[in-house]
Design a binder for this molecule. Sequence first.
Ligand SMILES: CC(C)(COP(=O)(O)OP(=O)(O)OC[C@H]1O[C@@H](n2cnc3c(N)ncnc32)[C@H](O)[C@@H]1OP(=O)(O)O)[C@@H](O)C(=O)NCCC(=O)NCCS
Length: 379
Amino acid sequence: MSDKEIIPYRPGLEGVTAGITAISDVIGAENRLIYRGYDIRDLAEHCEYEEVAYLILYGDLPTQSQLETFKAQLRASQQLPEAVYQTLKTLPREGNPMAALQVGVAALGMHDPKASDNSHDVNMQKAIRLIASMPTLVANSYRILQGQEPVSPHPDLDLAGNFLYILFDREPEPLHARLMNLTFILYAEHGYNASTFTARVIASTLGDIYSAVTGAIGALRGPLHGGANEAAMEAILEIGTPESAESWLMEKLAQKARIMGFGHREYKTGDVRAFILKQHVRELAEQVDRMDLYEIQETMERVMLREKNLYPNVDFPAAVVYYLMGIPIPLYTPIFAAARITGWTAHVVEQHDNNRLIRPRSDYNGARDRVFKPIRERG
Ligand SMILES: CC(C)(COP(=O)(O)OP(=O)(O)OC[C@H]1O[C@@H](n2cnc3c(N)ncnc32)[C@H](O)[C@@H]1OP(=O)(O)O)[C@@H](O)C(=O)NCCC(=O)NCCS
């Protein structure tokens, strides 16, 4: 590339096109999200997560028989090798669940003889394996960190239901299973976000799918990305009562604090996924008699809009949904990973199928032409 063709630096790569994808499109200006051409609103209303995972991975919605085959493949891959559990059992109890997830995914790769085969068909097999095993890994790695024994997946439950089943070692309530399924759909894919981009950068070196996913988990962990759902819930709990929500928020805003669960790089007039999920928070809050949490959320949304013109992103209602289901807060970001695995793996397949090394340049702003001194002359 000649100097004339160099594109000026944009902080955070905001507005920069960094690749081409047919998997999803975030149309922020219209508050829309499409997976493979289908509006997220339709998918959220009519589909189960497995159907959406098939769509994201294969490009088309499945027929009934394709879906049954896909589910059978998922069922066959849900359990983790015993050796992976043994590895997880060596980790410190106080360790971070996202780090445990990285260990688990790396270990899954080490026990896969085809880990380094990046051909399309083998990548698709590995993607299915990862989509199937991630909810098991998230729930069981957490159980192991808590000193509990892993639970085997239930053959009659879907992936989202199985996550709850393994975590609590009992069959989930229908409303909980349905809402977990919905959050899996909403979290499944989201264009060139930081973790997906990380996965694609790793894949572009011809790194394998397990390495790409391990890196993506690291990117997701930060509070500006997936970690926001945990931070949002901590804030809601710190607020405590609906009456203190406004003053708490005003104080934080006066301190120029960032309020987790609000704002988005792409959606400036609201995150469509938050709109979809929010409709269900009330039902759940009523069921468990925690309308106070619902009201805190409502007040925070009203004040953030009034003061900062910022809308909640998906992490805000997701945090409350998970809390109301009784899920421990350190699991919220790992759950995001259990669903986003679909998007990550589809992007790795797409990257490997039409690869070019991702290698941007940087503007150097350090010193130049310094006079070198041998070490003995440096004082
Ligand atoms: C997601 C996020 C990083 C996108 O930010 P961005 O597009 O880079 O926007 P900026 O960080 O440039 O913010 C623009 C302005 O809005 C403010 N802002 C953005 N999000 C804010 C938030 N959550 N709380 C308070 N102020 C916020 C910034 O302080 C900035 O104000 P300023 O111009 O007065 O300095 C940002 O909204 C954020 O940090 N949100 C909280 C974390 C979160 O929920 N992440 C999950 C995303 S799905």
